[in-house]
Design a protein. Sequence first.
Length: 293
Amino acid sequence: MTISTKPLSSALGAQIHGLDPARLDEADRMRLREAFLEYGVLLAKGLSTMTPEQHIALSRVFGECAIHPIPTIRLKGHPEIIVLAAELADALPADDPNGDELVGQIPWHSDLTYTDSPSRGSLLIARVVPPELGMTGYIDTAAVYDALPPDLRARIEGRQAIHSLGPIQDALRSAARADDEMEGGEAPAFEQVAHPLVHVHPESGRKVLNVSPAFVQSIEGLPEKESRALLDELIAFATQDRFVYLHRWDVGDLVIWDNSRTMHLATGHKRRHARRMHRTTLAPGRVPSELAA
Ligand code: OGA
Ligand code: MN
């Protein structure tokens, strides 16, 4: 099989063609890793027949699979996969205006920055998509760092930021309600953690703005007002339209992202419509090098 890539949008990413998860050879694995590191976000279409086993095997091309720390949303029988599915309006009559309520919104973030093991990347496949909305936005945070005005760069260099799950926990619960496909049980509590506001990408050595707006709470060592103002300024800069690629999903679309240099958001969708996504989580660490593969 031969995998090829073509740029996805002016902001970031590539679409990959010729990916068959059932028949991956060593050349494909190498090409996938190269593309992951080059583009940060990869889209492959037409993968609705990919099984959970193949999803996990494909994820392992890029590193180890982590088990998501929130057990409630793990796929039964495949703990490497989580299910994202917002609450449905099953009980509502079709014309009930509450069906228009937006559910499943998740603000800009990089995955698991509220833990001390932020995810290296994710592979997210659409199993059920709503007829409208339900998009996912992506931003290349290495490109954002490169574009930062020098004074803003100087103000964040060497600083640590505090992240936690706290304030958006309820929103996340609505984005990922536990149901029959998932393990269920109790969600754990998470402590606050600190991460550098600028980190160095493990393979490219590029500097990356590591702000994860949904989870970042404050900047260490700054008075609260100043910390909030600086975070707001950084977030406003980073989320300008020119940096954003907004993906409209078809069933069977798979998006693979490098969490070390991107952030993403879920726009949400109407409560009356179903949306169901399966995701693997890559453990922190380096993408396997070609030689070691
Ligand atoms: C994720 C995520 C957004 C979406 O899978 O990590 O944030 O649109 N998904 O489903
Ligand atoms: Mn996410």
